[in-house]
Design a protein around this ligand. Sequence first.
Ligand code: ADE
Length: 245
Amino acid sequence: MRIDLVSVFPEFFDVLDLSLVGKARRRDVVDIRTHNLRDWTSDVHRTVDDTPIGGGAGMVMKPDVWGRALDDLIGPSAPETITLAIPTPSGRPLTQRLVEDLATRERIIIACGRYEGIDARVAEHYRGHGVRVEEFSLGDYVLNGGEVAAVALVEAVTRLIPGMVGNPESLVEESHGAAGLLEYRVYTRPVSWRELEVPAVLLSGNHGAVARYRRDEAIARTAARRPDMIAELNTSQLDKHDRPA
Ligand code: ADE
């Protein structure tokens, strides 16, 4: 998979040299390239924004600059092979389901806006030319730009690439997985810490009891923190020993 990140602050993406993503880049498991949008400006001031037409506060990013950048990055590739991901607080929520879908794409270009966002015709133009455009939001709050959301997307997507996560089992039992529940609470040694004990059932060696305990735990936690997820569960995700939380 190839991911291109475009921003006026490409240094933001230095974190992608660290940890598992950095290791995957060095092993050529994923090809991540970062770009400065200003390299596609054509004036001495390297201008990327202008005032909003129709009035209002802030500045809007210019479509001509983005168009040159994106045309260059797409190059001779067929538009259908390209996903253009645009982080914006008005996008659809980034969920594990969307992440799983994005992890199957050949090439993702992430266009990071600043200020009031990118001229709306940019998404419209590329969508109209067969590019798969995904406007996504990290959550119901406003960031100063798309960079943090872009880094979150890269980390969530790349960890699903085969060979990225050391133990693929850890992808199975996790929050927002197929079970439709948040993950149960986890513990490690010491068994007793600051007068807090690891639940005895986890030390019992009884795998059936441990599984039941963890599932009850996951249901209770999900009901308390994310009642919307409980409401979304379907019968195939329940087992006959589940009790109302
Ligand atoms: N840019 C600004 N706020 C954002 C958000 N919540 N999600 C994605 N991109 C953003």
